[in-house]
Design a protein around this ligand. Structure first.
Ligand code: TYM
Length: 342
């Protein structure tokens, strides 16, 4: 563990690679806004466009998704005055530090990354080199800010452990206390929102069934229909949280309800114990629509003026570079790169 005290700073990112869904909202965006609003740390939030291209992206669609994601951040409560809001490619120090970290991380560590195995599938030989090196760019995203806390969903845990390993090895190899050992912040009832069709799979934009997820672009009727049709079991809701243990679909809907209503699972169960899904699902649908509709409407309004979005990202990058450029320079000094003369 590091002896140096680092100023608390929060960093997190989302890929602009298609529609945002309820998992991204509850596991990430909503938490990002809450962490911003505690006002205790500087908060930096990022559209990770360089990560997105590790798999093929149509250029026009990528530009659109990046702007739409920015609209999603703002509509979810991220204030570009309070937080630094950026797209990764406008802050070149992310990619520059990633190269240095590629030389710190070990191939054996990368081989253990389950997300690479999942995404590359059986045809790993045909995957891009970028997809393989992805976790070291992710470590750079975090470490280039000396970020101390990273709010994410459960699926990012292994990448954050790798970030800690990379920081520890860098500090050890160069005999410095330079990079913080970042804390993952995986908290709340919605750290792993599951598919509405299969409670053993996470809600994901890559699921071929649109009925498996609630997209942030879905209208009220679509949201209500997807919740009504969500897979469940025939039993009523139990009278304790332990009763959800072997009921993944039921547990998922209770978790979603709790996260949307800012309640604990216990509080939801206390309210709905013994009730059938025929009663719980309409209540959940009403809650989801009431919560998501203003966000969706605001996203659409913001997308009417993409010049304003571009201005926000330009300004965010300027503020970000005031942090990242000196940290990159210090990194280069530590590892022995000759600096330019003043
Ligand atoms: P991405 O774009 O896949 O997801 C963005 C965030 O949403 C969370 N999330 C979920 N949370 C709960 N339930 C779900 N079903 C669900 N699906 C997604 C993810 O955990 C994540 O927090 N590698 C990252 C992006 C990234 C990053 C970073 C994150 C790049 N650099 C640095 C933190 C710090 C990713 O692909 O997230």
């Amino acid at each position: 563990m590091s002896d140096t005290t680092f100023t608390p700073r929060v960093f997190s990112g989302i890929q602009p690679s298609g529609d945002l869904h309820l998992g991204n909202y509850l596991g990430a965006l909503k938490r990002f806004a809450e962490m911003q609003d505690t006002g205790t740390s500087e908060t930096v939030y990022c559209m990770v466009d360089l990560h997105a291209i590790t798999v093929w992206q149509d250029p026009a669609a990528l530009r659109h998704s990046t702007r739409e994601l920015c609209a999603g951040f703002i509509a979810s409560g991220i204030d570009p005055e309070k937080s630094i809001l950026i797209n990764q490619s406008q802050v070149p120090e992310h990619a520059q530090l990633a190269w240095v970290l590629n030389c710190v991380a070990r191939v054996g560590w990368m081989n253990r990354m389950t997300q690479f195995k999942d995404k590359a599938g059986k045809n790993a030989e045909k995957a891009s080199l970028g997809l393989y090196a992805y976790p070291s760019l992710m470590a750079a995203d975090i470490l280039i800010y000396h970020a101390t806390h990273v709010p994410v969903g459960e699926d990012q845990k292994q990448h954050l452990e790798l970030t800690r390993d990379i920081a520890t090895k860098f500090n050890h190899d160069y005999g410095v206390d330079f990079f913080p050992i970042t804390e993952p912040v995986i908290e709340g009832t919605a750290t792993r929102v599951m598919s509405l069709r299969d409670g053993s799979k996470k809600m994901s934009k890559s699921d071929p069934s649109d009925m498996s997820r609630i997209n942030m672009s879905d209208d009220a009727d679509t949201i209500a229909k997807k919740i009504r049709k969500a897979k469940t079991d025939p039993e009523p809701l139990p009278d304790s949280v332990e009763g959800l243990a072997d009921r993944p679909e039921a547990r998922n809907l209770v978790n979603i309800y709790a996260a949307l209503a800012n309640m604990t699972d216990e509080q939801v169960i206390a309210e709905y114990a013994g009730r059938q899904f025929g009663a719980f699902k309409p209540a959940l649908a009403d809650l989801a629509v009431a919560h998501m509709e203003p966000i969706t409407t605001e996203m659409a309004r913001l997308m009417d003026d993409t010049t304003e979005i571009d201005r926000i990202l330009t300004q965010g990058a300027e503020r970000a570079r005031a942090i990242t450029a000196p940290i990159l320079r210090q990194t280069y000094d530590i590892i022995g790169m000759v600096p330019p003369v003043a």
